[in-house]
Design a protein around this ligand. Sequence first.
Ligand SMILES: [Zn+2]
Length: 216
Amino acid sequence: MTQDAIERAWDSVVGTARRTVTDGLVVGTSGNVSARVGELVLVTPSGVPYDRLTPGDVVAVDLDGTQVRGRLAPTSELPMHLEIYRRTTARAVVHTHAVHATAVSTLVTELPLIHYMAAALGGPVRVAPYALYGTGELAAHMLGALDGRTGCLLRNHGTVTYGDSLDQAYDRTSQLEWMCRVWLTASSVPGLTPSLLSAAELDEAAEKLRGYGRPR
Ligand SMILES: [Zn+2]
């Protein structure tokens, strides 16, 4: 892997991490972002404000979690990131403590089908059972909730999404947070219950999304 490719990827990791703060998906240094470059995983460090990260702060680990670059310690949520890279074709992972998504994680075991954009995450979004942050147990719960999906909620904690690129993983986080906000908003109207989509309606939307952008 060339130095150049690593520097460019680090730049995108830091840029995406800063976006999670400016877009209000995390507060301070909570949440974390990673990208896979060959057999390396570049990941945001633990406890350093993203606006202070420089090109020289590259933190890289191999798929076993052994640090191979950098002096700053990798995020404490490294086990979740690594599990996704080991088990899927992900090139990027975004973890946040977005307000509406975290609120929903405390109320249900699956985000009700309030909008067809759930299809963009592979189907109804599950909530992984609670486990202490940074543990292999939490990473295992997350993997279960991600089965057939590219995103999930973590009970009393936040969101995890992955994608083929940092932009795609980030967009999935934004869509997930937005859907949670819609569901919370609709369910907060006294005396009324939001209508939900059926599995068949979601399948139909998934089919159409798959054809999105193709010439007709
Ligand atoms: Zn977290």
